[in-house]
Structures are given as structure tokens and as C-alpha cells.
Design a protein around this ligand. Structure first.
Ligand code: C2O
Ligand code: CU
Length: 436
């Protein structure tokens, strides 16, 4: 048992559930000892409700309240979390599910599965981890007398945790932080949640990676799963044994359950440990041993490059007004992460005119993956009107890249950043601003 920060005293926070087109009011009270904020990740809502202090929405001081009021335009699996420092790496996260009035929903159950990497109250605090990364980065700078030699980041070639991502490139990094625990729906592998159903039931699983520094590979032992949506938008159904999911991303999948008790495993890429839940369709079946690693984790997991947008979900096929580069880079020594060569403090915002199609050319110049997230919009991977999926967060593999187009239909100032909380804190953020 640990004490930490959470929404409404539970982890994950209780899911919000609305229907697309609904107007939502949220009376948010900050009972924490520090200022905080709430960002509605994946919702293309009005800019002043986006929850980014100093950019869109005031920070909420301890003891204060803020009243959110916005219309939710699009269906999908979304979530919310603070946009203040490293607070996301505590227990402050919750699902935000927007139902589609036009979707039949061909399944018997729906399970929300929230993944997290956990340290607070067990290991170091997020702030201590960040300070240690910064201090280690200083100590390692060659030429300082505290130098311990350069620490090079090498991708581990092959083995677990590797796989092809968007536009080539090996996905092989292990993040910057080793965590004592990995959680599914707030529970460690040693005390897993048990999800009940009957043999033959079809279940829609809504996967959310709320981790701060961990990419997961997810599989349900003995089952093939069919991916139907990512970041709220439908894709052409794609069967797979395992899904690779970066921080901030969501995948919806449908699975038809066998008869027995099965391990649902989220394996952290390149890290020790795993998150686990049990899916039980038979009272008599023995619980799978804690050490069981589903065979489905042995192959290549599905990544975003395997997905195509569903019919009707593409952006209109229009030429972008221009291409803006988004070059990702950084180092451990010193511990600094940048976009286009600069940290957030020095960033020149990207600009777009309302009604235009914008194109971002994302290129990863580092040996780590970065889940890049755009607020207030979804982009289409590849080109507007093409076959790539619609997303708001895309995992860019080491030395890889992606071109994404977005429709500028939601005026304001919007964050673009890496959803690794430590990278964002170390500078890997910029803004997209509408010109008037
Ligand atoms: Cu999920 Cu700017 O964040
Ligand atoms: Cu990053």
C-alpha cells in the first residue's frame, strides 16, 4: 500500500463515459498540495478547455476549483491526465470513453485496460528520478572532473522488444527509467484483476497506455485479437497475436474468448517485469502461473505501420499547404530532449492557417522511440486522403520517421510533444499556433 495522487481516490480514476456530441461539464477540485491541471487527451475540444497551464487554461491552485465545459465532437477511447510537470507519473490518469451513436457494437462485454509503469511510494518519486537523470547527465559530460565517461545509448539489436515500426527503423529502446512495478488497471502482476466472461463471448478491449516512460507489448495467451480502432478512429480490422503500444496511444481490439483462464500480459519493452490481468471464462480452470509468458509475445507485434484507415475515416484528400519539419533529438549527457534542435523554452511554434491541411515531417534523430502527440486534432499518417490510420499519438522508432497531415479546423494554441513524461519535462515539446 502506498500513498500517491489520484483522481477521486482510485487508480485509474473512474472512467468518464459520454456520447459523441454531448456537452460535458466537469467541476474539478484540486485537493493536492501543488498546482495541477487536467488535459483531455484525444478530445478535439475548444482550445481554452485543453488544460495546458500558461498556454490554454489556468493552472488550478491547491484548494481551488475549475469548471470545465466543452462539447465532445468525436467518439473513441480517450483519457485524461495532468499537464503539469511529472504529475502523470503518479496515479493521475483516467479513461474518457466517447460512444458512437452510429456504431452497432458487435460484442458482449467491454473491458477498459489501462497500462502504467509505477514508482511512486515504492521506488523514487518521479521528481527524484528526473533530478537523478539530470545529475547523471551532468556527471557524464566529458571534460568535467566528475566525469564517469560517456554513456552511449545502444539499441539492443533483436531479441525481445524489437520490431519494425513506422517507416523502418528498429524499435528497440528501453526508456530512461527502470520501474519497480507495472500495472493493469492499478494492480500489480502479483495481485491481478480478474476479468470474467463466458466461453465464446466477444469482448471489446480498450487499451490505454498511461505509462510515463514505458512502451508495452500486449497479448492475451492463446488468443488472436482483432484491432479495430486506434486513438479513437476506426481502422480496417487487423488480426494479430500482440500489440505494441506507446505512451499516450490507445488501441481497441475485439477478441472471442476460449474456455479457461488466460493471462493478459503487458510486457514493458526492454525492461524487466510485466503487468498482468487474468481473463476467466471457467470457474474450474487453474489460474495460469505468474511466470507464464504468452507465445503470442514471441512474434512481431502489430505496430501502427500494419494499420489502414477504415472507410470514411480518412481526412479529405487535399494538398497540404506546406511541410514543417519536426526533428526529434536529444541526449542523456546532458539530459536534454529537443524538437528542431531546441527545448520548449526556446521553441519557435509551428504555424497553420484555419481551413488548411498541414503536414508535419517527423524525423527521429535519436536512438530512442518517441510517442509524438498533437493536441486538439488527429492527423492521418502518410497523407490526407491516403490509406494510413488517423491518430493523435504516433510512436516514432529510433532513426525512423513519419509524415502526418492534419486538418486545421480547431483554432488555438496546441501542444505537440513527446508523451514520454521525462522527455517532455526535459524539453521535447513545441506548439502549433493558428495564424489569424
Ligand atoms: Cu496526453 Cu499533452 O498529453
Ligand atoms: Cu521522447
Amino acid at each position: 500500500m502506498v500513498s500517491t495522487w489520484a483522481y477521486g481516490g482510485v487508480i485509474p480514476g473512474k472512467a468518464f463515459r459520454v456520447t459523441a456530441g454531448d456537452r460535458v461539464k466537469v467541476a474539478f477540485h484540486n485537493d493536492l498540495p501543488e498546482p495541477t491541471s487536467v488535459h483531455w487527451h484525444g478530445l478535439a475540444i475548444r482550445n481554452d478547455m485543453d488544460g495546458v497551464p500558461d498556454v490554454t487554461t489556468p493552472s488550478v491552485d491547491p484548494g481551488q476549483r475549475f469548471d470545465f465545459d466543452f462539447v465532445v465532437p468525436d467518439p473513441g477511447t480517450h483519457w485524461f491526465h495532468p499537464h503539469t510537470g511529472l504529475q502523470l507519473d503518479r496515479g493521475l490518469y483516467a479513461p474518457f470513453i466517447v460512444d458512437d451513436p452510429a456504431e452497432p457494437g458487435d460484442y458482449d462485454h467491454e473491458w477498459i485496460v489501462v497500462l502504467d509503469d509505477w514508482t511512486d511510494g515504492v521506488g523514487r518519486s518521479p521528481e527524484q528520478i528526473f533530478d537523478d537523470l539530470v545529475a547523471a547527465g551532468r556527471a557524464d559530460v566529458p571534460g568535467t572532473d566528475m566525469g564517469m565517461g560517456m554513456r552511449m545509448r545502444q539499441p539492443d539489436m533483436g531479441g525481445e522488444g524489437s520490431g519494425m515500426g513506422v517507416d523502418g527503423g528498429m524499435m528497440s529502446d528501453a526508456g530512461d527509467v527502470a520501474y519497480p512495478l507495472f500495472l493493469i488497471n492499478g494492480r500489480p502482476a502479483s495481485d491481478p484483476e480478474v476479468l470474467h466472461a463466458r466461453p465464446g463471448d466477444r469482448v471489446r478491449v480498450r487499451l490505454i497506455n498511461a505509462g510515463s516512460d514505458t512502451i508495452f507489448t500486449v497479448a492475451l495467451a492463446g488468443h488472436e485479437i482483432t484491432v479495430t480502432h486506434t486513438d479513437g478512429y476506426p481502422v480496417r480490422p487487423e488480426d494479430t497475436g500482440a500489440i505494441r503500444i506507446g505512451m499516450g496511444e490507445r488501441y481497441d481490439a475485439v477478441v472471442e474468448l476460449g474456455d479457461g483462464a488466460f493471462a493478459l500480459i503487458a510486457e514493458p519493452v526492454g525492461k524487466r517485469g510485466s503487468a498482468r490481468a487474468i481473463v476467466r471464462t471457467s470457474a474450474a480452470a487453474p489460474t495460469p502461473p505468474a511466470s507464464q509468458r504468452p507465445n503470442e509475445l514471441a512474434g512481431f507485434p502489430l505496430t501502427v505501420s500494419a494499420l489502414q484507415v477504415a472507410e470514411g475515416a480518412a481526412l479529405p484528400a487535399r494538398e497540404p499547404v506546406g511541410t514543417q519539419p519536426l526533428a526529434l533529438s536529444g541526449s542523456m549527457t546532458p539530459y536534454v530532449w529537443t524538437i528542431n534542435g531546441v527545448t520548449y523554452e526556446e521553441a519557435m511554434p509551428l504555424t497553420i492557417g484555419e481551413g488548411q491541411i498541414g503536414r508535419l515531417q517527423i524525423s527521429n534523430m535519436s536512438m530512442m522511440s518517441h510517442p509524438i502527440h498533437l493536441h486538439g486534432h488527429t492527423f492521418q499518417i502518410g497523407a490526407a486522403g491516403g490509406t494510413g490510420p488517423r491518430k493523435d499519438t504516433v510512436l516514432i522508432p529510433p532513426m525512423g520517421g513519419a509524415t502526418v497531415d492534419f486538418a486545421a479546423e480547431n483554432p488555438g494554441q496546441w501542444m505537440i510533444h513527446c508523451h514520454n513524461a521525462y522527455h517532455a519535462e526535459a524539453g521535447m515539446m513545441t506548439r502549433l499556433e493558428y495564424t489569424t
